[in-house]
Design a binder for this molecule. Sequence first.
Ligand code: C2O
Ligand code: CU
Length: 467
Amino acid sequence: MLTRRTLLTGGAAAVGAYGVGFGLSGVRGTARAASEPVIIETTFADVPIMAPNATQKAMTYRSSSLSADLMPPTLRIKRGEPFSARLVNRLDEPTTIHWHGLRIPNAVDGVPFLTQPYVYPGDSFDYTFSAPDAGTFWYHPHCNTLTQMGRGLTGMLIVEDAADPVFDAEIALNLRDWRLGGDGQFIEQFKARDAAKSGTFGTVRTANWTIEPSYDAPTGGLVRLRLVASDVTRLYNLRLEGADAVIVALDGQPLPSPAALGMATLSPGQRLDLVVRMPASEGSVAQLVDVRPSTPKIVARFRATGASLTRTLEDVPPLSPNAPVEYDLGSATEIPLVLSATAEQASVESICGTLGYSFWAINKKPWPGDTDDPTAPLAEMKLGRTYLINLENVTPHAHPIHLHGMNFVPVSSSKQVVTKLPSDTYLVLPDEKVQLALVADNPGDWVLHCHIIEHQKTGMTSYVRVI
Ligand code: C2O
Ligand code: CU
């Protein structure tokens, strides 16, 4: 039986050997003091997504001290330790960074006008915080997001904890699509008729900006696979073929004990941490597959290399838990939150990437989204009190609803067995009613929106105020 201790000692070398190029490049960032920010530049880049033509004018985050890759660096920070990033905007339009899933102060949440000014071209903004939860998170702009995220601005953020078990390898995969034509160039980012349904899908699927990438990992070894769905539209139904795996965390939050992976749904904004037991024979290949489309698509391949380590999934320890949400249902104030379609399709005035339509509503109101004159919040919450969001989806589409700044716990659903784990993003199914409990423990104005960005930008966004 492999204990956490043997995993810790046995795993370290293999991580170095197999981890290069997929995530460990961020390690150097962890040694920095808060006074010495990591420089993260938003820039245009021509990127080789589809051979042979480079895709012109993609957008990316570059951090020369962390990674030479074209794709945004996977940032690695330590739980509870100060981290400081300086966003330097080299685009020709304003931007910001939102740290998705991190429970950090409102002033560094990255929502233009609600929490900070625009970062104009040539300007910079310092984000300093320490992350209270360990796990898999991500970062992206909160400004003109359909374009900026659609063109590349989505990166992974891993919060490490000293108590994290170490596995034989670790692979971080950023799952997203691109809307490219046959010549590899960007095409219109959305179609209005699709925005009014499930959203407009990309034409080219990638993991880590690569079509069907392949990774080597130790034969018979245990690999921690960190996945984020950073696409603006796509939901995945993930299965693993040719190997077994357990789920160890959902949306960055550890499961009390690892659960066998059958099929896991991952919707925009959500994360999934798996531990994969690599095939026992060298050269064998396991593949992660999205079975949601009628023809399943390969997401990534993992090839067993080297002599077998003969680990088993029973060796996988639970991850150490993050802070629970200490809600008190007896004293909870209920907040209705009804998601619906709206008949009104007029353009809503906004300055941060509204698409010119409204198709969706929260509590019957199509919200204008990012604006320099926000309307009243959806709800005002008192610091420290418990709230129960009665979320009801009366549309025929699924919506990944994301709350900034605080975690909630789904406590009951009309359609699914809820895991009762803390989370920041809940995929509400068509006609589902779900109750999300939270403690209003983080003061400020916090956005709550659908993470299908076309829905967010055509009415399905709002915010709550904690005072
Ligand atoms: Cu992933 Cu409002 O954010
Ligand atoms: Cu939606």
